[in-house]
Design a protein around this ligand. Structure first.
Ligand code: SAH
Ligand code: SF4
Ligand code: F3S
Length: 468
């Protein structure tokens, strides 16, 4: 048994990052899932979505096949998220249902992802969830064949609180045939005071450019149209490598592969430099869309959060992006109710929203995460007050989102049609270069194509259009 440890997770030493090919599977392990079905439920960010693509590929390598029906599964894996308390609650809700299932049929249950990296959660599993068959963390997904094999006999808990290495040979089963996630870095060293990610994901480790470019070239060969470069703060890419190579260099090299669309998430404003902006505006295949988390508009709160920029610096960057990248859409993340956030602090946040008129924003009430500095800060704001602030913020965000969308009415925009629309079988859905969701009447032949679409109607969260 390997249990997570918060103090170890916090450590950052000068230890070298190893590039390893640790994924191995024996002939016996390839037969474990024969005739059996798996169901993977994913919570959290794109990083977790992509980890689940690795988990699914490993399970298929072990002989399992997939099912979309929880009740049909012989193996259920929850890939969890720890970012806020409500992420926890959802997972425990589903565990209740699975426990019930386990009383009537034989099913193996695995628990992985960021919650598994938390000491408090593992304590809870050890005391109240003895029926969970295995637990794995974010650092040892590659070891699933061994973990599952061992779990056949007894509860197997294998979680490492290490700084982390880079494992290059994990197989992947991608959810889409047209757009792909490509990890460019793992972990995070920023330690924003509210955030659990640096503890659950380890230190920042950039992948070497040649591996990334290889992956993109292979995706092109497989017919992929779009890649999203993934990391917790991609703008810091390369800072941990021994070579003189940064995010601007990587973006340029990926652009030169001629893949049709390139996106990247998430951009920390602190590391966004002019070279990057120049490269984005120079290459047509780097999409004019940037997710630029603000978190707060108050300098006092930004400082308490450890974000390392001021409201003024953020606005300056925002304006630079808007002027240098034509037609650029910008979205953001905002936290309300951080400890000691006064009405004036909140007004500062609204002020930035009024200035930036975001295309969209993910908004959250501060959620104390055990082990983070903000969790120990005194917090006297009532929950009702926080909920009220969230509501005011959401109304403002929605107003600008709709206003921005309205500017698309009757315009012709490029859309990558990626799937059937959820609203109607005769419709396909896709995203514009600026990441606007569009529903279009079209048949299957258009799947995976980038088409010009005239926008005919607009809502707060999506648009309808016709192929030109
Ligand atoms: N790496 C990204 C953020 C990843 S987490 C970045 O730095 O921008 C996604 C979002 O969750 C964050 O931007 C933040 O707005 C929110 N978040 C993170 N920790 C939180 C907490 N403890 N309470 C509420 N929201 C939180
Ligand atoms: Fe969390 Fe900050 Fe790292 Fe983003 S940059 S993952 S908010 S610590
Ligand atoms: Fe959640 Fe872990 Fe992502 S905490 S947001 S799944 S990095």
């Amino acid at each position: 048994m390997n249990l997570p440890n918060l103090n170890d997770a916090r450590k950052r030493t000068k230890e070298k990052v190893n590039i390893l090919e640790n994924y191995k599977i024996t002939i016996e392990q390839k037969l474990i899932g024969k005739g059996k079905k798996y169901y993977v439920k994913t919570y959290g960010c794109q990083m977790n979505e992509h980890d689940s693509e690795n988990i699914k590929a490993i399970l298929e390598d072990m002989g399992y096949s997939s099912t979309d029906n929880l009740e049909d599964a012989n193996l259920i894996i929850l890939n969890t998220c720890a970012i806020r308390e409500n992420a926890h609650n959802k997972v425990f809700g589903l565990l209740g249902r699975i426990k019930h299932m386990k009383q009537t049929k034989e099913v193996m249950v695995g628990f992985g992802g960021c919650m598994a990296q938390e000491e408090v959660i593992i304590d809870e599993i050890l005391s109240k969830y003895k029926w969970i068959d295995f637990v794995f963390g974010t650092h040892n997904i590659y070891d699933l064949p061994n973990i599952i094999e061992k779990a056949k006999n007894k509860q197997e808990i294998d979680v490492f609180s290490i700084e982390g290495d880079v494992i290059e040979n994990i197989p992947v089963k991608r959810d889409s045939k047209y757009k792909a996630w490509v990890n460019i870095m793992y972990g995070c060293d920023k330690f924003c005071t509210y955030c659990i990610v640096p503890y659950t994901r380890g230190k920042q480790r950039s992948r070497l450019p040649e591996y990334i470019i290889d992956e993109v070239n292979n995706l092109i060969k497989d017919g992929y149209k779009e890649v999203t470069l993934l990391g917790q703060n991609v703008n810091a890419y390369g800072k941990d490598l021994d070579i003189d190579y940064n995010m601007a260099n990587l973006l340029e090299d990926v652009a030169k592969t001629n893949i049709e669309r390139i996106r990247f998430v998430t951009s920390h404003p602190w590391d966004f430099n002019d070279d990057m902006i120049d490269v984005i505006s120079k290459y047509k295949n780097i999409m004019p869309y940037i997710h630029l988390p603000l978190q707060s508009g108050s300098n006092k709160i930004l400082k308490l959060m450890g974000r390392r920029y001021t409201k003024e610096q953020y606005l300056k960057l925002y304006n630079k992006l808007k002027t240098k990248i034509p037609n650029c859409a910008i979205t953001t993340d905002i936290i309300v109710g951080f400890p000691n956030e006064t009405k004036e602090d909140f007004q500062d946040t609204l002020d930035v929203v009024n200035k930036c008129k975001y295309d969209g924003a993910f908004t959250f009430i501060f959620s104390p995460r055990i082990g983070t500095p903000a969790c120990r800060m005194k917090d006297e704001i009532l929950l009702e007050e926080k909920e009220e602030r969230l509501q005011i913020l959401n109304d403002l965000v929605n107003k600008y989102s709709k206003e921005n969308n309205l500017q698309y009415l009757n315009k012709i925009v490029p859309v990558l049609l990626e799937d059937y629309s959820s609203k109607n079988g005769n419709y396909l859905k896709g995203y514009t270069d600026t990441m606007k969701l569009v529903n279009v009447k079209a048949d299957d032949n258009y799947l995976g194509k980038i088409v010009n679409v005239k926008i005919t109607s607009v809502k707060t969260w999506s648009m309808d259009g016709e192929i030109i």
